[in-house]
Design a protein around this ligand. Structure first.
Ligand code: NAD
Length: 325
C-alpha cells in the first residue's frame, strides 16, 4: 500500500511518518512524502534512507506533480499547510494558496484516480472561540484569523468532494499540539528556546487565552485511527484534555527552565485573538477508541529536555527565521 503524506517535513507530519516507518506490521505502508520545504519544513525531520520512504520535493499546488503522485497512491494523509496564525495576519495570500488551492488540487487528483481514504488534517481553530463548554463536530464554523479561515475553506471543499462525488474524505480537527521538532515560532518551543538562551519571552495581552494541549504522538495516533477505522465524510475532533491559560503555561515553562517572571515581557495582544478553544472528542473516543495517552506534565518535561538536548536542530531555524533576537 502506498500512502501519500503531504507536509511531512514539518512538525506533525514528520512525527506521523516516523511512527508509520517504525511499525514492522506486515501491512505497514510505503510512505511517499510530498513537501515544498518552506521555512517550516526540514529534511532533518525525516529518515531519508528508510526503505519504505520516498521523499518528493514539490508543491501541493503543482497540479502535474500531484496528478503523477496521486496516480501511484492508494491513500492520502494531508498535513501540508501554512500553519502560523501570526504570519497570516501580515500576509494571507500564501495561506489561501497552499491551504485552499493546494487542498483543492489534491482533492481533484484523488477523485480522478479513485484514491481514498483521504484524511484532511484541520484544526479546532475553524470553530472560532468558545467561552464555556466544548465544540462538537457539527458546531458552525466561525474562524477568526486568515489562517483559520483558510483551513475552514479547505474543510468545506473536502466535505463537498465527499457529498458531490462520494470521495472518501475524513477530516480531523485537533487542538494545540506540542512535542519535539515544533518550529520555534510557536509558543512552547519559542519560549523554551528563548529561556534556554537567557532571553525574555513575549506573552500576548494578559495571558488569559486558554488552549487545550495535545501531545503530537497522541494526535498522530488519532489521525491513524481515523485513516484506518473512520467513516467516509465524517469529521473527528481530537483533543488532549489539558486546558491551560497562556499565563499558566508560561509559569510551567519558566519553572521547567529554572527562570522567574522577570523574564516575561507582556506584549500587545494578537489581533482577533480567540479567547478559548475546547473540543469535545467523545465521537473519536466512542467510534474509534481514541484517547490521549500522554500525561501533560511528563510530556512537557520531555519536550523541554528535547529542546535542551537538540540545539543543533533549532538554532539554525531560529537564525534563518530572524527569531534569534
Ligand atoms: P508545520 O508548519 O510544522 O509544517 C507544515 C509543512 O507543510 C512543512 O513541512 C512545509 O514545508 C509544508 N508545506 C507548506 N506549504 C506547502 C506546499 N505548498 N506544498 C507542499 N508542502 C508544503 O505544520 P504542523 O504544525 O506540522 O501542522 C500540520 C497540519 O496540522 C497543518 O495542516 C495544520 O493546519 C494542522 N494543525 C496544526 C496544529 C499545531 O498545533 N501545530 C494544530 C491544529 C492543526
Amino acid at each position: 500500500m502506498n500512502l501519500l503524506v503531504t507536509g511531512a517535513a514539518g512538525f506533525i507530519g514528520s512525527t506521523y511518518v516516523r511512527t508509520l516507518l517504525a511499525s514492522s506490521a506486515p501491512d505497514a505502508p510505503h510512505v511517499t512524502v510530498l513537501d515544498r520545504l518552506t521555512y517550516a519544513g526540514s529534511l532533518d525531520n525525516l529518515e531519508l534512507g528508510h526503505p519504505r520512504l520516498t521523499f518528493v520535493h514539490g508543491d501541493i499546488c503543482d497540479a502535474g506533480l500531484v496528478d503523477k503522485l496521486m496516480a501511484e497512491a492508494d491513500q492520502v494523509v494531508h498535513f501540508a499547510a501554512e500553519s502560523h496564525v501570526d504570519r497570516s495576519l501580515t500576509g494571507a495570500a500564501d495561506f489561501v494558496r497552499t491551504n485552499v488551492l493546494g487542498t483543492q488540487t489534491l482533492l481533484d487528483a484523488a477523485l480522478r484516480h479513485g484514491v481514498g481514504p483521504f484524511v484532511h488534517i484541520s484544526t479546532d481553530e475553524v470553530y472560532g472561540s468558545i467561552e464555556s463548554g466544548a465544540w462538537r463536530e457539527d458546531h458552525p464554523l466561525r474562524p477568526s484569523s486568515p489562517y483559520s479561515a483558510s483551513k475552514a475553506s479547505s474543510d468545506l471543499l473536502a466535505l463537498a468532494h465527499h457529498r458531490t462525488h462520494g470521495l472518501d474524505v475524513r477530516i480531523t480537527r485537533c487542538s494545540n499540539n506540542y512535542g519535539p521538532r515544533q518550529f520555534p515560532e510557536k509558543i512552547i518551543p519559542l519560549f523554551v528556546t528563548n529561556l534556554l538562551d537567557g532571553k525574555k519571552v513575549p506573552l500576548y495581552g494578559d495571558g488569559r487565552n486558554v488552549r487545550d494541549w495535545l501531545h503530537v504522538e497522541d494526535h498522530c495516533h488519532g489521525v491513524d485511527l481515523v485513516r484506518t477505522k473512520g467513516r467516509p465524510g465524517e469529521v473527528y475532533n481530537i483533543g488532549g484534555g489539558t486546558e491551560l491559560s497562556n499565563r499558566n503555561l508560561t509559569g510551567l515553562l519558566l519553572q521547567a527552565c529554572g527562570a522567574g517572571w522577570d523574564r516575561v515581557e507582556y506584549v500587545e495582544d494578537r489581533k482577533g485573538h480567540d479567547l478559548r478553544y475546547s473540543v469535545d472528542w467523545s465521537k473519536a473516543r466512542d467510534e474509534l477508541g481514541y484517547r490521549p495517552r500522554r500525561d501533560f506534565t511528563t510530556g512537557l518535561a520531555e519536550t523541554v529536555a528535547w529542546y535542551r538536548d537538540n540545539r543543533a536542530w533549532w538554532e539554525p531555524l531560529k537564525r534563518r527565521a530572524g527569531l534569534s533576537g
